[in-house]
Design a protein around this ligand. Structure first.
Ligand code: C5P
Length: 401
């Protein structure tokens, strides 16, 4: 269940007596570390109060599509993008019918239409309603559209009937949520990932650095662990907690990052350079704090080693992936860097675009290899990391090694 740590789960609740079980599901997901936001349909709000769900999720509850106040907080498109997984539990016959017909006549159906993320449904209804041919057709159609139908279970029902239509238990649904974040694409592989900025010391109290938050590298480490890899995360100074089960190697300067990277190459299959390495460092380190004795001062800088290029030209060359932050002609420059640095893949992003890249939670990239180019539109860094890890795993398996 640790796989749910920091995962963003949008829990949709539709009208049905099983809605009371969604309170427990919320609690379980929260305990497992997930960030949960609840969307209630009008019918669901007849069964369980927004206040209960707000208290359990720790987040405001979303109820209406056309609510200017809610839209000002987190608009529906933003909410659809926010989610790593949408779980609708319970999913009523009416909701499934509307969703399978592509309707967007309330907040929850609209979110399901607007999202790129996975959707799971836990149907709950009277056994005759579940057996009804139309419900069965709707359920099959939703599966064909790529949604996962969890259950329903068979047994006693609130209405006194016995048969299929019970919502799966909250603990089973929480397990299903966790499974969404686990693949075996990188099972048995060792990944080394550099992340964050480096700091180049001027004197004991001053340094040169940059604004890199480390979010992309940390999200990649998390996604690689989910994909079954063992991960060494070589990180410059950041204020993020490392993912569980990764080996964190904390470094400060580019030279330290290079040494740590070379030391980790022994068993490394894939090297991902997501760090924003300072290009230059002061030529001299002043042992004592420099005094402000003059109106002007100069610092002579010397080039830092190129870590990813050093790794890619090493005898034990792993499959090597770099990043390129550009402000213009993004793909052209990235392609040049791919060649110059002898990389297998480069992930290019346009840092001139607002709301993505450095220090932000979102990113949009173009993944470039010697003979391919794939654009991934703006999404959260954690979702992007999962897409990138899947692409890297596939390219690694197809590479001749
Ligand atoms: O040359 P540029 O800094 O644009 O290249 C970016 C890519 O190279 C990133 O993958 C970054 O982590 C890596 N890099 C490096 N060592 C450096 C500079 C950049 O590994 N000194």
């Amino acid at each position: 269940m640790h796989r749910l740590n920091n995962k963003r789960i949008l829990l949709g609740i539709t009208g049905g007596i099983a809605a009371y079980k969604s309170a427990e599901l919320t609690r379980l997901l929260k305990t497992a570390g997930a960030d949960v936001r609840v969307v209630l349909t009008p019918a669901a709000a007849e069964f369980i109060t927004p206040l209960t769900m707000q208290a359990l999720s720790g987040n405001p509850v979303h109820q209406h599509l056309l609510d200017p106040e809610a839209e000002a907080g987190m608009g529906h498109i933003e909410l659809a993008r926010w989610a790593d997984l949408i779980m609708v539990a319970p999913a009523s016959a009416d909701f499934m019918a509307r969703l399978s017909n592509g309707m967007g006549n309330d907040l929850l159906t609209t979110l399901c239409l607007a999202t790129d993320t996975s959707i799971a449904l836990a149907p709950a209804m009277n056994q005759s309603m579940w057996r009804d041919l139309r419900t069965q057709e709707n359920s099959n159609r939703l599966e064909q559209l790529g949604m996962k139908i969890l259950g329903p279970g068979i047994g006693d029902q609130a209405c006194g009937d016995t048969g299929p239509g019970r919502m799966l238990e909250p603990s089973e649904l929480a397990e299903h949520c966790a499974k969404y974040f686990k693949t075996e694409e990188l099972s048995g592989r060792h990944l080394v990932i550099t992340a964050g900025p480096t700091r180049e010391a001027i004197d004991p109290v001053r340094y040169i650095s940059n604004h890199s938050s480390g979010k992309m590298g940390y999200a990649l480490a998390e996604a690689a662990i989910e994909a079954g890899a063992s991960v060494s995360l070589i990180s410059g100074p950041v204020s993020l907690s490392p993912p569980e089960r990764c080996k964190l190697i904390s470094v400060t300067s580019a030279q330290e990052m290079l040494s740590a990277s070379l030391a980790a190459l022994d068993s490394c299959n894939i090297f991902i350079a997501a760090a924003a390495v300072a290009d230059y460092r002061p030529a001299d380190f002043a042992e004592q704090k420099i005094k402000k004795n003059s109106e002007e001062m100069g610092i002579t800088l010397v080039r830092n080693p190129d870590i990813v290029a050093t790794v890619s030209s090493h005898d034990q060359r792993p499959f090597t992936v770099g990043f390129a932050a550009e402000t213009e002609q993004v793909v052209i420059y990235a392609r040049g860097k791919l060649k110059r640095k002898n990389l297998d893949m480069i992930v290019a992003n346009d840092v001139a675009q607002e709301g993505i890249g450095f220090n932000s939670d979102d990113n949009a990239v173009t993944v470039v290899t010697a003979n391919s180019e794939l654009t991934i539109p703006q999404t959260s860094k954690s979702q992007l990391a999962r897409r990138l890890i899947a692409l890297i795993a596939e390219a690694y398996e197809n590479s001749e090694r």
